[in-house]
Design a protein around this ligand. Structure first.
Ligand code: NDP
Length: 451
């Protein structure tokens, strides 16, 4: 049977665009539908605008330090509308880049919503229907808010980049990546930030010592962080929202932002009707090759809720093309993925936390925390942390955790060694780069503890 397309991709984010481009470059006839702006969460509502906001938010601290380093600096204020206009222009430019990538590769793109009509057919919001030998679902995820009174008026990370003005005060709810990153960003931009997290410590799942240091530093930097606290209800009042919380407080904040997780975008896509199995959170269930329960339908990226990170979605997209179009079945390797959290201070991490490793085998912990030269010089109390989790049996470094300015850059490189299976002795054989913070990673001689 002749199909209109060899591949039809639903979703123009990181995973979908990569798969579409690589398949088309290999000679496949590819269509792609995107109902919103091209680039997806990473480019339009996530990593890229977030990181630019991190940069913007770090200037006040840098300016204070410049004075301590002997510079005469004239005080200034932050012009949010000017920054936002520049940010939006940059996101538009990147959307153009994504469109060009597709166009240049010969992918036919449709500015429309697509749903799955049957295992080999997609239907567009324009009314068009296309048959496809393979369908790739790459629709990503979307922020979710808890179901509580007034929550519908609060914002999420989707809206934060486009506010008309920065609020004087904000309550951020959640203790994950997004909550902690935006607490730091908005605090740096001069907003009074209160953060409620229902658990005992932010950044659940990461190394405990690292989380503890980030939480201390965030508080020291001015974030009013309340652990073991959650919102009960909120209502609109003059000047913002009155919020009742589990700690008995009733306070007014100009803005409230929920960073309470993201859910896979599968509602109304026609997947279940076509026979595609979904999980409890609505995620598309796939095998190691990103194939769903319907053989002609695959899914990659956040919609599968495996490891929800841009580079992982891209890997999954490439492995899908390799498997389906190049006849080379390629599972995606989800082990030892280095990642960064752009909190202030930043965290870079790869491998097992101390707690995970201890559950698995006997380990030695090498850990140091100190005041780095650059900020100690100006009298800042800021501390950084370098930590290695080492297997006693194999001497392999099972985990590396860095909390420090630039930790994201550092962990990319340390991640290569850990992925290669480097031992503690391999780290020790490497000469230190001096004077740097990261030299401590190769100079920790005695274990801090065994566990
Ligand atoms: P996370 O799942 O990381 O965190 C959600 C947070 O909200 C948790 O602290 C959770 O608490 C809390 N929460 C959930 N439901 C409720 C509720 N009903 N009431 C109060 N609190 C609640 O989600 P994020 O939205 O922060 O991020 C989504 C994903 O995006 C991440 O998992 C990550 O994969 C990706 N991401 C990656 C970034 C990076 O690489 N730098 C940056 C931003 C996002 P609890 O811990 O108790 O469950």
């Amino acid at each position: 049977m002749a199909f209109d397309f060899d591949l039809f991709v639903i979703g123009g984010g990181s995973g979908g665009v990569r798969a579409a481009r690589v398949a088309a470059q290999g000679g496949a006839k590819v269509g792609l539908a995107e109902e919103d702006k091209y680039g997806g969460t990473c480019v339009q509502r996530g990593c890229v605008p977030k990181k630019l906001m991190v940069f913007a938010s770090e200037f006040p601290g840098a300016i204070e330090d410049a004075v301590q380093y002997g510079w005469t600096v004239h005080s200034g204020s932050f012009d949010w509308p000017a920054f936002r206009a520049k940010l939006e222009a940059e996101l538009d430019r990147l959307e153009g880049v994504y469109r060009n990538i597709l166009g240049n590769a010969g992918v036919q793109s449709f500015d429309a919503r697509a749903v799955v009509a049957d295992p080999h057919t997609v239907e567009l919001s324009t009314g068009e229907r296309f048959s496809a030998k393979h369908i790739l679902v790459a629709t990503g995820g979307w922020p979710v808010k808890p179901d509580l009174p007034g929550a519908e008026d609060a914002i999420t990370s989707n809206e934060i980049f486009h506010l008309d003005s920065l609020p004087k005060s904000i309550l951020i709810i959640g203790g994950g990546y997004i909550a902690c990153e935006f607490a730091g960003i908005l605090n740096g931009l001069g907003v009074e930030v209160t953060q409620y997290y229902r658990g005992a410590q932010i950044l659940r799942g990461f190394d405990e010592e690292a989380r503890g240091l980030i939480s201390e530093e965030m508080i020291q930097n001015g974030v009013d962080l309340h652990l073991g606290t959650n919102i009960i209800e909120m209502e609109k009042v003059d000047g913002g929202f009155r919020v009742k919380s589990t700690n008995g407080d009733e306070r007014v904040f100009e803005q409230v932002m929920f960073a309470t997780g993201r859910a896979p975008n599968t509602a109304g896509l026609g997947l279940e009707q076509a026979g595609v199995k979904l999980g409890r959170n609505g995620q598309v269930i796939v095998d190691d090759y990103s194939q769903t329960s319907v053989p002609s339908i695959y899914a990659v990226g956040d919609v599968t809720d495996r490891v929800n990170l841009t580079p992982v979605a891209i890997r999954e997209g490439m492995a899908f093309v390799e498997t389906v179009f190049n006849g080379n079945p390629t599972p995606v390797d989800h082990a030892l993925i280095p990642t960064a959290i752009f909190t202030q201070p930043e965290m870079g991490t790869v491998g097992l936390s101390e707690e995970e490793a201890r559950d698995q085998e006997a380990v030695e912990i090498y850990c140091t925390s100190f005041r780095p030269m650059q900020t100690a010089f100006v009298g800042r109390p800021d501390r950084v942390l370098m930590k290695l989790v080492v297997s006693k049996a194999t001497r392999k470094v099972l985990g590396c955790h860095i909390v420090a300015p630039g930790a994201g850059e550092m962990i990319q490189l340390a991640g290569i060694a850990v992925k290669m299976g480097a031992t503690k002795e391999d780290f020790d054989r490497t000469v230190a780069v001096h004077p740097t913070m990261s030299e401590e990673i190769v100079t920790m001689r005695e274990p801090t503890r065994s566990a």
